[in-house]
Write a protein that binds this ligand. Sequence first.
Ligand code: ZN
Length: 312
Amino acid sequence: MKPYLNDTLTCQCCLNEDKSKFTEKFTRNDFVVLECNRCSFNFIPWYYRKSISYTSYKDDAVLQQIRQGNNWIKIQRHLLRFKLIRKYIKTGRLFDLGSGWGHFLLAGKQLGFDVYGIEVATNPYTYSKEDLGLPVDHVDFFDLKKEAGSFDLITLWDVLEHIDHANAVIEKCAYLLNDGGYIVIQVPQIDSFIAQRKKEKWNMMGLDHVNYFSRKTITHLLNRHGFRVEKIQSSIELKLLLMYTILPWIKKLKKKKETAISSSERQEFYNKTTRKPMWMLKIMVLLHNMIYNMLSFLNIGEEMIVVARKET
Ligand SMILES: [Zn+2]
């Protein structure tokens, strides 16, 4: 018998629990990705994920690099996100779930949003609270005590793929949002241009990521909790491309062999690339945004941004 069948299997998209209604879609050395036969949702069963912890997600060496980084350029990436968001909602109470190092909240604050965030990883939390002075709490989302309708906008940037109970997350977000409020989610997209070509070799497929949504399954999940999807657009993090694809190429060329690259080393490389005079940085941002928008328009990416409205 397959080891994961000893645990309860619940499809986080349609809540199917019938163990005969799941098939193995991808097989890797250390895990399998299951597909729900009822709704086509893909996920890694809990059995393989038991050892995953996010509290010490980023170590002290990464923190040191983050402190040396250029905040102006980091905010530019988030201003591009706000360009999309502000087509739907101009201002209000914004809650960023899994706020990371805090640069998205910092950009939101600059634009006049009343911002709030939570972050479970210790170093990103400390940095956003103490270095950036943002209203961020170090609390698990399921322990967060806020009243119904506390927010007008909830954002999840690369967060939902990490959480085993995606259904409960969306349910609680619906509770916390005002009627007519918006949820904006960025997640890896299993039916994206890149994922469909790479299959089980896709960079974004790993034990770290439990949920693999498609346009159809994320819509299904959101609809079930009273959201109407307003927009789904293709997205790609060019910064990750720089740190996870270009940096290994450079290292390979120099040393002619593959070596492990740490998170802090990736961050250091990003810092080095962005330690330039302001005029040069502005050109970089302009180019970044042009490439990003073009790829998004052509539907080339490996993630999607979903904008959905809580129906009144
Ligand atoms: Zn399902």
